[in-house]
Ligand binder design. Structure first.
Ligand code: C2E
Ligand code: CA
Ligand code: CA
Ligand code: CA
Length: 279
C-alpha cells in the first residue's frame, strides 16, 4: 500500500506478481469489502461428459473491489483463512449458493446440484454443522442437492474429528467431494474410512492430456479406483475436446473446465441453462 497525495491508502497488491502475500492493506480492505458487499459468487458448470448436459455448478467466490477490480481467490482466501473471516464468508456462500440453486432448478426445470468449497478452518470450526443446518433450513434445499468440496489436507489435520463431521454430513445426505485429488500428502486409506462420494481430479493431471502418458496413467488409475469404490469422478480444468474425449472414453462421469463453461455470474449461468448449451 502507498500513501497518495490526498492521504488515501491505495492497495497495489493486484498489480504485483509472484506468490500470494499476506498484504496488510488487502486484509484491511477485506473487512471493508464485507461491509460493502463486494463479495460475489460465480458458478462454473459441472457437465456430464457423455451428454454434455449441465448437472450442477461449483460455487466460486469473487471479490469485486471498486478500484482493484476482481481480486482472485488465491489472493484473498488464504488471508481469510488466516484471520478467520473465511468462517463468515463461507457461511454466507453456503447459504447463498443453496438459495441460488433453487433459482437454477426453476429455470432448468430439472434437478441440479450445487458444490461448495469448504476450507480447512471452516471444517474445523465448532459451529460448522450449525452453519450447514442453518443454510439447508434457510434455503429449504434437501441435503442431497449439496456437495461439499474438501481437500485431502483438510481430512488429514485431524482424522478423528474429520470422521465425526463427515458422518454428520452424511446423515444430512450431503455428499463429500475430495477436491484437487492426488495433489495432497495423504494415503488412500481415508477412502475406505470416510463416507466420500466424489473425486475431483486436479487440473494438474488433465492439462497435458492426451500427450502426457504419465498423466494418462494417473487418470486411468484414479478412474479405475473410483469405479471399484463406487465413487463418481469430475475431471477439473478440461480445456480441449481432446481432453474431454480422453477422460470420457475412460469412464469419467463429469467434466468441469473452460471448454464447457467458465465460472460465471448467476444470470449468465441461468442463460446457459435456458439455452441448454451443452445438451
Ligand atoms: P478450486 O476449488 O480447485 O477451483 C477450481 C479453480 O480452477 C477455479 O479457480 C476455476 O476458475 C479454475 N478453473 C476451472 N476450469 C478451469 C480451466 O479449464 N482452466 C483453468 N486454467 N482453470 C480452471 P478460482 O475460481 O480462481 O478459485 C481458486 C481456488 O480458490 C479454488 O480452487 C478454491 O480452492 C478457492 N476458492 C474459490 N472460491 C472459494 C470459496 O467460496 N470458499 C473456499 N474455501 N475456497 C474457495
Ligand atoms: Ca473446488
Ligand atoms: Ca479443485
Ligand atoms: Ca485447485
Amino acid at each position: 500500500a502507498k500513501e497518495t497525495g490526498k492521504g488515501r491508502t491505495v492497495v497495489y497488491s493486484m498489480r504485483e506478481s509472484g506468490p500470494p502475500q499476506h498484504d496488510i492493506s488487502l486484509e484491511a480492505a477485506m473487512f471493508q469489502a464485507v461491509r460493502e458487499g463486494e463479495f460475489l459468487l460465480y458458478y462454473q458448470p459441472i457437465v456430464s461428459s457423455r451428454t454434455r448436459r449441465i448437472e450442477g455448478f461449483e460455487t466460486l467466490m469473487r471479490w469485486k473491489h471498486p478500484t482493484l477490480g476482481m481480486v482472485p481467490p488465491v489472493r484473498f482466501i488464504p488471508i481469510a483463512e488466516t484471520n478467520g473471516l473465511i468462517n463468515l464468508l463461507g457461511a454466507w456462500a453456503l447459504k447463498a449458493a443453496l438459495v441460488q440453486l433453487r433459482q437454477f432448478e426453476e429455470v432448468a426445470k430439472r434437478d441440479l446440484y450445487i458444490s461448495v468449497n469448504i476450507s480447512p478452518r471452516q471444517f474445523r470450526n465448532d459451529r460448522f454443522l450449525h452453519v450447514l443446518d442453518d443454510a439447508l433450513g434457510f434455503s429449504g434445499a434437501p441435503g442431497d442437492k449439496l456437495v461439499l468440496e474438501i481437500t485431502e489436507g483438510t481430512l488429514m489435520i485431524d482424522p478423528v474429528h474429520a470422521e465425526a463431521i463427515l458422518t454428520k454430513m452424511a446423515e444430512r445426505n450431503a455428499r463429500i467431494a475430495i477436491d484437487d485429488f492426488g495433489t495432497g500428502y495423504s494415503s488412500l486409506a481415508y477412502l475406505k474410512r470416510f463416507p466420500i462420494s466424489v473425486l475431483k481430479i486436479d487440473r494438474a493431471f488433465i492439462k497435458d492430456l492426451p500427450a502426457s502418458t504419465k498423466d494418462g496413467a494417473i487418470c486411468n488409475a484414479v478412474l479405475d479406483l473410483a469405479k471399484h469404490l463406487d465413487l463418481s469422478v469430475v475431471a477439473e480444468g478440461v480445456e480441449t475436446e481432446e481432453q474431454l474425449t480422453y477422460v470420457e472414453s475412460r469412464g469419467c462421469d463429469y467434466v468441469q473446465g473452460y471448454l464447457t463453461g467458465k465460472p460465471m455470474p448467476p444470470h449468465v449461468a441461468m442463460a446457459a441453462l435456458k439455452e441448454n448449451l451443452y445438451t
